[in-house]
Design a protein around this ligand. Structure first.
Ligand SMILES: [Fe+2]
Length: 484
């Protein structure tokens, strides 16, 4: 079971042996009894999904998804009797909620989003998660719609194994679509492009902020142009493998834009708002905080070199034009600052730009093959409707629900390609183009690189103690910009 977990979640290098061993085992069994083997493999992965999926996954930062839950919403009427077998501390559900051990992942944003084809299905599930006594985040209840009732039962681990297995796959399929289109595409790729366009339009090439940001927008417009052409276009890969495409895809992204706030991009704030400060073994948060602070230190040092007062920021027409242009690029959103009044605000803003392009993108991009390389662990779409009653599904129904072979092949190829880095990749803090020539900034860059190296070493030592390493946010593996 632990190996299954590693197969899907470990860092690429560390997991190869485990993955090969598992493939060998599956292959051996398939030769004797293909049906039994498929079942067995899925059951194994079912355990994977039930384990720490929501802690350190490839897409760990959905504002509308996992967060601490102190009170259950009316639309998700889980009772203590339903989940009592999953609760391990001898407390009632109410007491566990009050103790802060319950989290919720709500995919409400998918409600009413039309699917791309007749044989594709999508739903907006809600999943209740329990931080158990072993510090494992376990799903304990799943409702496959936003409307409780007879036709939308709450699935539980105590249900028959196929009901529970399929319910978890449905959550993961919704997660795939939200991750790819909102967390990855919108909140890193498109957002970085807006910052980049505003930078080119408003900052002169000699402006220190232009020099600071330039390495962090490298190749972003190019990769987004390619994505528009081949990935999210009407006949692109996503329309073939995902549940949503074309105009619907655009609708979903626009819907997500309505609730996208500047503050949610400030990493420490987002962690706090989601109530996940004390989730154990949450390496995305732990490593992300270290990188945020290191970038923040560097930006602060550079800003202090060029701005001697808050007034200097207020009077910098290029900077004020830059943030206004971002608002324009975000379709005149009210959730982004329209001006910057102090050095502190400027530092935070530029930290957001650099963190989003580097660390956040790395966290949501480079785990794609680890997560989606095993199709049932994150089905890109579902070919059968979600079950509306219990005890109705079997393994045949599950297999017919999952993506077919052609679709799975395309997903595998795509996520493999999207998790490659260049041989001459420029990782966080590598600035060979030397836009700055002033000595104080050169010293700051050198110090920044030392600090990043320290973070890399801390993460490396931590990972050596783990059965399953978390590598996505190690600075030596984070490219400077969104370029894949
Ligand atoms: Fe990407």
């Amino acid at each position: 079971m632990q190996h299954s977990w590693e197969w899907t979640q470990g860092c690429k290098d560390g997991q190869r042996g485990v993955r090969q061993a598992q493939e060998d085992r599956i292959s051996r069994r398939q030769r004797t009894n293909p049906d039994e083997d498929q079942t067995s493999a899925n059951q194994k992965q079912s355990a994977v999904r039930g384990n720490r999926h929501f802690q350190n996954r490839a897409e760990p930062r959905a504002a509308m998804r996992d967060r601490k839950c102190m009170r259950l919403p009316d639309k998700f009427p889980v009772t203590h009797e339903m989940v009592q077998h999953s609760l391990k501390r001898g407390l009632t559900l109410q007491e566990e909620l009050q103790a802060g051990n319950i989290y919720i992942a709500d995919y409400e944003i998918l409600q009413g989003v039309p699917v791309s084809r007749k044989d594709r299905y999508l739903t907006a599930p809600i999943c209740l998660l329990y931080n158990n006594e072993l510090d494992q985040m376990m799903p304990i209840a799943i409702q496959l719609s936003q409307t409780p009732g007879e036709m939308s039962p709450i699935f539980l681990p105590s249900d028959n194994e196929y009901d529970w297995m399929l319910a978890k796959m449905w959550v993961k399929s919704s997660d795939f679509n939200v991750h790819q289109l909102i967390i990855h595409l919108l909140k890193t790729h498109l957002l970085s492009e807006v910052f980049e366009m505003a930078m080119y339009r408003q900052l002169s090439a000699v402006h220190p902020v232009y020099k600071l940001l330039m390495p962090h927008v490298r190749f972003t417009i190019a990769i987004n142009a390619e994505a528009r052409e081949n990935l999210i276009s009407e006949d692109g890969i996503y329309s073939r493998v995902g549940s949503i495409s074309g105009a619907e895809l655009e609708t979903l992204v626009k819907k997500a834009m309505e609730t996208l706030t500047y503050k949610s991009l400030c990493f420490p704030e987002d962690i706090k708002v989601r109530g996940v400060e004390d989730v154990p073994k949450y390496y995305y948060r732990d490593d992300g905080m270290k990188i945020w602070e290191t970038i923040n230190w560097f930006v602060s040092t550079v800003v202090t070199i060029y701005y001697d007062s808050d007034e200097a920021v207020q009077k910098d027409v290029e900077i004020q034009g830059f943030v206004k242009d971002v608002v324009f690029g975000m379709n005149y959103t009210d959730h982004f600052p329209k001006s910057l009044e102090s050095r502190e605000q400027l530092v935070e803003y530029l930290t957001v730009v650099i963190f989003t392009a580097s660390a956040q993108h790395a966290a949501v991009n480079f785990g794609q093959f680890d997560w989606y390389g095993w199709i049932p662990n994150g089905p890109s779409t579902m070919r059968k409707p979600p079950p509306q009653q219990k005890d109705q599904v079997d393994m045949k129904y599950i297999m017919e629900s999952l993506p077919d072979r052609e679709c799975a092949r395309e997903v595998l190829g795509t996520v493999w390609a999207l998790t490659r880095t260049e041989s001459n990749e420029r990782y966080l803090g590598m600035y060979p183009d030397m836009y700055f020539t002033e000595q104080p900034v050169e010293e700051a860059i050198s110090h920044f690189q030392q600090k990043l190296e320290e973070v890399t070493n801390i993460i490396k030592s931590r990972n050596e103690e783990l059965t399953l390493a978390y590598c996505y946010l190690s600075p030596d593996k984070i490219p400077n910009s969104v370029a894949i």
